[in-house]
Design a protein around this ligand. Structure first.
Ligand SMILES: Cc1cn([C@H]2C[C@H](O)[C@@H](COP(=O)(O)OP(=O)(O)O[C@H]3O[C@H](C)C(=O)[C@H](O)[C@H]3O)O2)c(=O)[nH]c1=O
Length: 182
């Protein structure tokens, strides 16, 4: 597996070694020892999530705050998405900066997103099935979020505005300005 650290410290793009033969392909989708080698610690994933969405859907930008913060290992098992991680660690030199990575069933890439990040993705294929591991459980009361179309973050979701499908909750979410001045 190849690990490429992004400009946001601790956030890694992972490219698995894919073994192909006449039957198809095989790859290790998760290996605790290899992750420990990359991160310098063994993540303790406690929850797996999966969602399916149609073209134009944008889910995010979400995070769980405080002690319920979650690190995530995300990948796409059907279709393709633009996956976005925003550094929301107040003491980080890259606070407010984001990375956007195309993850797809074809490229088999994964993104490791540390705790303290806002996360979201847009679906750029007809359908996308999104699978991710979390190192902390769901805690609705600690959920926080930013409008994915926030002007200051200015994220390119790769979707024409008239094709975007965004939940009411996300459309009504706060701006990054309010989030960072809370
Ligand atoms: C996240 C979560 C949700 N739910 C329930 C709550 C709602 O009744 C329903 C849909 O939740 P939501 O609309 O928040 O789903 P997404 O918009 O895909 O949220 C996710 O979007 C971005 C991409 C993320 O990184 C987060 O993991 C997560 O916030 O599932 C649960 O029961 N457990 C959970 O862990």
């Amino acid at each position: 597996m190849k690990a490429i650290e992004t400009k946001l410290k601790g956030c890694f793009i992972l490219e698995p070694t894919v073994f192909e033969d006449e039957r198809g392909y095989f790859f290790e989708s998760y290996n605790e020892n290899k992750m420990e080698g990359i991160l310098g610690y063994k993540p303790n994933f406690v929850q797996d999530n999966q969602s399916n969405s149609s073209y134009g859907v944008i889910r995010g930008l979400h995070m769980q705050a405080g002690e319920h913060s979650q690190a995530k290992l995300v990948r796409v098992v059907e279709g393709a998405v633009i996956d976005v991680a925003v550094d929301a660690r107040v003491d980080s030199p890259t606070f407010g900066q984001s990375v956007a990575v195309e993850l797809s069933a074809d490229n088999k890439r994964q993104l490791f997103i540390p705790r303290g990040f806002l996360h979201g993705f847009s679906v750029i294929s007809e359908k996308a099935t999104f699978f991710y591991k979390c190192d902390n459980g769901y805690n609705k009361a600690s959920e926080d979020g930013i409008n994915p179309l926030d002007k200051e973050l200015n994220i390119d979701w790769g979707i024409p505005v008239d094709k975007m499908i965004i939940s009411e909750k996300d459309q009504e979410a706060q701006s990054f300005e309010i989030f960072k001045n809370k």
